[in-house]
Design a protein around this ligand. Sequence first.
Ligand code: ADP
Ligand code: GLC
Length: 732
Amino acid sequence: MARKKANSRKKKSPANGVGKKTAPAVVNQTPAEEKAAPIVEETAPVAEKTEVTAAEPAPVEEKTAPAAEEAAPAVEKMETPATEPAPVEEKTAPAAEETTPVAEKTETPAAEPAPVEEKAAPVVEETAPAAEKMETPATEPAPVEEKTALAAEEAAPAAEKTEATATEPAPVEEKAAPVVEETVPATEKTETVVKKRTSTRKKAAPAAKKAESSPKKTTSTKKKAAPIVEEPAPVVEETTTINVMSDLPRRSVAFIGSECHPFVKTGGLGDVMYALPRELVRLNCDVRVILPRYACIPQQYQDKMVYRGEFYMDLGKTGREYYVGIMEYICDGVVYDFIDNQEFFSSGNPYLNLVDDIPKYCFFSKAALAALNFMNWIPDIIHCHDWQAALVPVYLRTLFQDSPVGHARSILTIHNLRFQGIYNIPTIQYWSGLPDSVFNMGALKQDYEDANMLKGGLAYADRITTVSGTYAGEIQTSEYGEHLEGHLRYHSGKLRGIVNGIDYGMWNPETDPALAVNYGLGNVLDHKMENKLALQKELGLEEDESKFVIGLISRLTNQKGLDLVSSIVPQVLDGNTQVVVLGTGDKQYEDTFRYYEDTYRGTFSACIQYDEARAHRIYAGADALLVPSRFEPCGLTQLNAMHYGTIPIVRETGGLKDTVEPYNTFTGDGNGFTFDRYEAGLLLDAINRAKTEYFTNRYHWDEVVQRDMAKDVSWENSAKQYKDLYLELTPW
Ligand code: ADP
Ligand code: GLC
């Protein structure tokens, strides 16, 4: 059996110029590039149109401000959502969260011809009308428009101009005009702001010094004329650096997403945002990660951030200028830029509810692009993650198309299709300030009156990726498509699945400081027992190394197959087995697991908490780890488990299917125990097969333990695939 020594790659060496500004050489795009991503090229005219009309600043600005003020009460309420969310919005929110009401009818495959990029081309070129043609074929053309118009009328008088035209199906070019006028200030101001600051950049160095002494810049909503510009040099850099181990051409990449370990993490997205940039540095990428500066980021990191600059940015139809601070921290060759605004990011949890989150992530997406312009750091690639950053590709091809950052190509990665950022059109229009032309069925519009941020991002991104090959296929089916299957099939030409890995520095049983005893491939069998005993002691379980310990580390949500687990716990606890659950989430699951802990004291442990160190100890101390998910885009817990010599028991779905080869009793091959259909009986059967192997065939069990530890679940291979994708998009 071929075994690879874990962590053999962990050599460090000096920095390699990360943080260096990229020259905006991207400006001259070659014809080859145009071929590579036809969709973007075709969307350009929209933006061009937008910005051509945008050339009448003063009168429009005058017009826009009062219009925004006139915005309907519902929208006004949105501005202070924490205090009094409008009843209307409350009603919409849960529906949006469940992502139920989607335009299935309007997005039937018939309406969306073959998923060929060439075919898509003319559609996008024609912008709004074409998209309408494509996706609202004969099914429901006029009523949709009428309804939308009505909705807009109710929501915001500011949208009157839009409605007037919205009822006329054909002359959409003209329709777009008044809307564009409304967005003019956004574009104009954004660019003006950026330019102003940039031009004063060299002179302004002392300001940075001043600001550094008070890094916790507070948000102000007052308009402010004088820009304070930082000196780009004084950033804190952690000493550890990553060795570039690649002779692939250098590319610069901006990661934009809503969470990132170790600053803020609620799930696997945080792991990916941490690990993938680090691996890309090894592959000769210049990476900047742009994140919200949430108040909940631990103080130890807040203290390390250095003030990088600030500017003011308008937002949608709010008629206000918003403070955008940039706080910087460099670690292991990756530059982290935190977008600071206490009005949006002051809560203790990154995600609250859609009423708060929609404005927050409209702001974040726009501010991230404005910040890149401000810093004059124009990346080759902008790599966005999930719905929270999904408006970035849309902004890029509209309000920012003619600004420096407009030269970048975009990739949108779907980590979890269940969350899409859906709200009514007037609200998203109000906060995003995006032109009417993007609120069509080919992009943001969904159903009768909703806008879907993820859907828009998928339409405008140059490439779409998701986190496993199997999930890439699954999301094009009605079973897993979360009502976007038609849209995804339509865009399948630019969709790719790239499976996640784990960071071998963060997940390394040989050095993991959280473990009772460190171990490696050579001594796993002995030391795992010691970790098991320590875990049992820590959790108040019967301390007996002969027990079969099953771990479950998970967000406690409907996605994770917890109803299956909770229905079989009594059968699993046979006297020789212990179960440890670590997670937080839906109350029903938390309560169920607490109940089991009460009922089966000493054999069932429910840790209803988020505890990173404890998670590491469970990976090390358990014999098996359950991941019976209803759907799982990739899943990282099974990878962590395997790397710690803990055998996964998983449902064959998404990334679980791609990463866990079913154990074959006859050949002894495989990495874990699997089941296919979402049924409690099949999960129980998989657990029983694992137990049988553990109790009656320990030799083979131990072989699997060692095989799993030796399996390559690092980022190395997957990061190469991302790099290939970047190069494909930037073939110069
Ligand atoms: P998802 O992103 O859907 O939550 P993943 O398997 O991709 O699922 O990633 C989950 C990540 O979050 C893993 O790193 C896992 O260890 C971690 N995690 C989940 N729940 C907890 C918890 N309660 N305490 C500590 N870590 C947790
Ligand atoms: C999502 C998915 C999970 C995936 C993670 C990181 O949260 O639920 O399967 O591993 O993102 O991509």
